[in-house]
Design a protein. Sequence first.
Lengths: 500, 500
Amino acid sequence: MMIHAECVPNWLKKRSELTPDRIALEFNDHSYSFLDLHSRANTWASALYKKGIKKGDTVGLLAGNHPDSIFILHALFYLGARVVLLNSRMTENELKFQLDDSDASFLISEQKFKDQVQFLKKNRLIAYLKEDFKESDWPEAPILDEFDLEETATIMYTSGTTGKPKGVLQTFGNHWWSAIGSVLNLGLHEKDTWLCTVPIFHISGLSILMRSVIYGIRIVLHDSFNEKKVNDDIMNKGITIISVVTAMLNRMLSELGSQEYPNAFRCMLLGGGPAPKSLLDDCKVKNIPVYQTYGMTETSSQIVTLSPEYSMDKLGSAGKPLFPSEIYIELDGKKAPANQAGEIVVKGPNVTKGYYNRTRETKKALQNGWFYTGDIGYLDEEGFLFVLDRRSDLIISGGENIYPAEIEGVLSRHPYVFEAGVTGFPDSKWGQVPYAFVVLTHENSVTEADMIEFCQMFLASYKTPKRVLFVPELPRNGSNKLLRRELRKLLEEEQQTDED
Amino acid sequence: MMIHAECVPNWLKKRSELTPDRIALEFNDHSYSFLDLHSRANTWASALYKKGIKKGDTVGLLAGNHPDSIFILHALFYLGARVVLLNSRMTENELKFQLDDSDASFLISEQKFKDQVQFLKKNRLIAYLKEDFKESDWPEAPILDEFDLEETATIMYTSGTTGKPKGVLQTFGNHWWSAIGSVLNLGLHEKDTWLCTVPIFHISGLSILMRSVIYGIRIVLHDSFNEKKVNDDIMNKGITIISVVTAMLNRMLSELGSQEYPNAFRCMLLGGGPAPKSLLDDCKVKNIPVYQTYGMTETSSQIVTLSPEYSMDKLGSAGKPLFPSEIYIELDGKKAPANQAGEIVVKGPNVTKGYYNRTRETKKALQNGWFYTGDIGYLDEEGFLFVLDRRSDLIISGGENIYPAEIEGVLSRHPYVFEAGVTGFPDSKWGQVPYAFVVLTHENSVTEADMIEFCQMFLASYKTPKRVLFVPELPRNGSNKLLRRELRKLLEEEQQTDED
């Protein structure tokens, strides 16, 4: 056991010593240097310590994208508490489940969630709203000088399509190595600024906060995604990198119109599933450097990324595993050859050490240091990963595997299709059949029959959607990721409406 | 014990998969992609394996700055052998000592060192010249897919001013973290190119090779330092970073004349001791971004670096410890307050785990994860490190501590002084007194008395050199670092000449 390899200096504190005056964070035209950020975190640490939070405690954080949330998050790291990042869109019962399941003894939240907090308060759980802390001289708290890379920093629950949500343990080491893997791929410029419009309770947002203090770069934070505000900031605020998913990028491009982003904007980090060709073509025309990525809560954000030099040649690929990570495809218990689809298996220091209090699920997912993602994909001859689908989204129709993403890709090529989602529906003959849900760029521009005919040009008949339904929008989660399992509800709602 | 945090994929192999076509290395207008580099390393691994080198073996490498040396070095990593990097300027007896001391069982060298190799060959040590390997179809060797970060990759002997040289163990983790610490400070641009004119058998050169494969950047390699060739390449070859010491930078600036380097050149990484103000002024006038650094074999290169934004404000400082590292000053067994000089103590994952087969020296140098550098310095109020001297170079005169670097700094301010070295000489009255050795820009432009008078303007009388001797050049080691202990010999030689 080497002592020195397991710890690194407290990130924000170290950063505030190295580059105290650099801007760390901008929000609604307020800005905070790294020294400000450290000093706010320190004050919050003192306040929270006074309220009884100490090393080893588990603390839920139910808070929006706001500087205070970032101060509090760092303060909790300073104290050595584990933070459960709670999705603010969850129902009270979902929140209650996660707080109970993670053995959280504290909850920190804010006024706008006071109803939920009221519901969640109970004997064992002590809850505070940030607004309850009046400015005061708190006695100084003991803060960590070093972070142990093996210690759990955060817990995030995965939505889990089957069974109950599981708490993914993310260590300081996971976050550290994720940031390092990213920098070795994307590079690091002195003036880098990462625009964060994704929720900080998701790994896509949290990982931006981690990178900021590790790299010493500025974040511009938005409380939610708004394509107009995003484009304005890219145009005027020296943004160099942004994390998006397809739906966000679509909206940004529509809003952008004929304009182009400045040259300094160097990375459109695109996650959340394969991107349609038409979208990538649009980006190419506008000289937007798209980096497609693949990652999940269990890998502490991106683990596979496609650099722009390959974005057209390797269309639809998520790229190659970042420097410290490895990947292979498993089929029938063996390593699959090139171009054969199977389960995506990954390894690396950014991969979770397991699920909290879920020995069985952890053992199933983590074998000999390899993590079984449950996702389906293949590697081509050159080792580029193509993600076909979340395994749970797989449609099995008459014994054939159908990957929703493939059908969505075809639909997205249609000039009037803004976005599309596909899911399986029960069918007495085939077991399941694919149904498509489409958002059009212009209402009533095409018919269901047109769309089915269009698909038949590109897809085997068993893959052609049996129905195409036009909807005003697709169900998405907090990171704007398509929720295929929610599509079914849209159909039910439509049938309801028809019956009314 | 976490399995996944201790290993990373074989660096060059991984790099050759990620960016196969990027240029890795240029030498005399030959260039090699990362795929070429991997394929050469692979071939060499097969050849060396056929000759009996296998995992766990210790292999001496006595070779110049040449692509073959790099192929062979990586090949040895591929096989899992530890590499003892031998300084080609050493005498046969010095080489013999290091090979014996490190328990090396093989020696790989080249034709130009055949005399030394002849001398070193003995029963236990099997020696090969690279020229002996004729092109051939070697059966494929088993190569490492992963590097264990705790494993020793290289052994380098420190010159050690007292006692016998000690073999510094450098693990893969040491090299990895050193590269990461550097990238978090210097950033990483896609077109970065590091000019390597320092010997690859020194940590200054070896660390460039490591960064190249970890970052995926191009190296331009020179077989030795020549200021004309260096300036030509900076001007014409897209060099962005170079590692130098003061003497090299002096020569580069003289040769450069009134020209300026291109804007793309972004980092003059300056190690090997404090830089004189006049030199930094010159660099400022020419818009050369100087990063002063402090580091040693035991820290796998730089551990403290000053960014250019501080290069004038914090003149003479080596800066702050890189991200994963920590530092403090110890005085009388306690942490010294700001501005108090004492021993520099460092910690970090880039720090050696000890000296090979030297339990006593290792225990003395490494205590609770902290490494006692033996160097003297202080931290100012803002935490910037000022290195005063190697402890072994300290002059004690009438009970007062005199730091040669301080006197050298004063001498270097004189307009006719090109460079200066100071060391202590025995004195019956004071114990020791400082003697200065000066290289002038113009011969006979000043007298010894002039120089002493100049020093008296800036220095306490006990610090003023008792003698100033003019010499054509200063003794330096393979990394162009001043060898103060060799200065004495210059005086002896001069006295010899006088007596002739």
